[in-house]
Design a protein around this ligand. Structure first.
Ligand code: GLU
Ligand code: ZN
Length: 317
C-alpha cells in the first residue's frame, strides 16, 4: 500500500496555502482569503503555496487561473513553490479512494437529487433552502465490502464515505474558537467522487493539504462548515490535521456572501495604485490598523507593514 502519510511534519516549519477555484477572477472576498493566508505565512516565516482547485470543470472558466496568478502578482502576493493544478493530480485522488475502499469505508450510490429529496420527505425531513441535504444512507450496505478497484472508478455512480455512528467532531479554530459538528446529523455520508467521475473538493483538498505538507489553513468562513468533514477524512487516511483559521466573510449589500454566483466583480489590479486600493480594503476587512496610507507607499512597503499589523493582531487576540 502506498504511504500517503503527510510527508513533511509541522516540525519542518509553517506551510500555508491559498487554494482558489478558477471559476472567475479574484473578487474582494477571495482577495481577503489570499491576503490573510499570505500574511499569516509571512508573519510565521513560513511558505505560502498556491493551488488551483480546478476539478469541477463545468464550473471552471478557461483562463481564470492565469488571471488569478496575474492578480496575485500585481498585489505582491508571491508564492514560494511551483503552483499546482488539481486537474493534473487525479492519480493521487484515485489512489486515496482506492485506499479508502481497501479500508471498507466507501460505497457506491446511485441516488439522484430527486431520490434523496424523496427519501428525506418520506422521513418528514425538509431541507431549508441554501442548505445541503443530509444523505439518508439509502444506498449504504449493512456491511461494507472492499469492492474491486475497477469498480471504484466506474462512472455513473457516486462514491460516498461511510461515517461511523455518533461522530461528533470537535476542533479549534484559531479565530472562532472551539467548533463542533455532528457529522451524521448535519452532513451524512458524503460524496468523494461524483457520478460524472469528478473527485470532490472534500477528497482532493484533504489529499493535497496532506501531500503538500500544509500545516496551517487560513481561508474564508464560508468553508468552516466543511472542516469537520475534512478532519474526519484526514483521520481515516492517517494524515496529520493542520491548524485552522477562518476569516470573516465579505458580504454584499444584501448580506449575501460574495461569490461568482452572486456575480461579485473582479478586483482591479491594472496598476499599482489600484492593487494597493484593493489590498487596503481587504486589510480593513481583516481588521488591520495603522497601515501606511500615503499615495506613494509601495506595495512591498505596505505588505511589510501589513505583516507587522497582522502580527500585532494575532498576538493581542
Ligand atoms: N477552492 C476552494 C474555494 O475556492 C477553497 C479551498 C480551501 O481553501 O480549502 O472556495
Ligand atoms: Zn444513494
Amino acid at each position: 500500500m502506498p504511504n500517503l502519510k503527510n510527508p513533511s511534519s509541522p516540525a519542518d516549519g509553517y506551510r500555508g496555502r491559498f487554494a482558489p477555484s478558477p471559476t472567475g477572477p479574484l473578487h474582494a472576498g477571495s482577495l481577503v482569503a489570499a491576503l490573510g493566508s499570505w500574511l499569516d505565512a509571512r508573519q510565521n516565516q513560513g511558505k505560502w503555496l498556491l493551488r488551483i482547485e480546478d476539478l469541477d470543470t463545468p464550473r471552471c472558466i478557461p483562463g481564470a487561473d492565469q488571471e488569478i496568478l496575474r492578480q496575485l502578482l500585481a498585489c505582491g502576493l508571491t508564492w514560494d513553490e511551483e503552483p499546482s493544478w488539481q486537474s493534473k493530480r487525479q492519480e493521487r485522488y484515485k489512489k486515496a479512494l482506492e485506499r479508502l475502499n481497501g479500508l471498507q469505508t466507501v460505497y457506491p450510490c446511485t441516488c439522484s437529487r430527486q431520490t434523496i429529496t424523496n427519501a428525506l420527505e418520506a422521513r418528514g425531513v425538509t431541507t431549508p433552502r441554501n442548505q445541503e441535504m443530509v444523505y439518508p444512507g439509502t444506498c449504504r450496505p449493512q456491511e461494507i465490502p472492499a469492492y474491486k478497484n475497477e469498480r471504484v472508478l466506474l462512472d455513473g455512480v457516486a462514491w460516498r464515505l461511510a461515517l461511523p455512528p455518533e461522530l461528533i467532531l470537535h476542533f479549534k479554530d484559531l479565530a472562532l474558537g472551539t467548533q463542533s459538528q455532528d457529522l451524521n446529523q448535519e452532513v451524512g455520508d458524503f460524496v468523494l467522487r461524483r457520478r460524472d467521475g469528478i473527485f470532490t473538493y472534500q477528497l482532493a483538498v484533504v489529499v493535497d493539504d496532506a501531500e503538500q505538507g500544509i500545516t496551517h489553513i487560513v481561508r474564508g468562513a464560508d468553508l468552516l462548515n466543511n472542516t469537520a468533514r475534512q478532519i474526519h477524512l484526514q483521520q481515516v487516511l492517517g494524515y496529520l490535521t493542520p491548524s485552522y483559521l477562518h476569516l470573516p466573510l465579505v458580504l454584499d449589500e444584501y448580506g449575501e456572501k460574495l461569490s461568482k454566483q452572486t456575480l461579485a466583480s473582479a478586483i482591479h489590479t491594472e496598476n499599482a495604485q489600484q492593487a494597493l486600493h484593493e489590498l487596503r480594503k481587504a486589510a480593513r476587512h481583516l481588521g488591520l490598523s495603522d497601515l501606511p496610507d500615503g499615495k506613494d507607499t509601495s506595495i512591498a512597503e505596505w505588505l511589510l507593514a501589513a505583516t507587522q499589523a497582522w502580527d500585532r493582531k494575532i498576538t493581542s487576540s
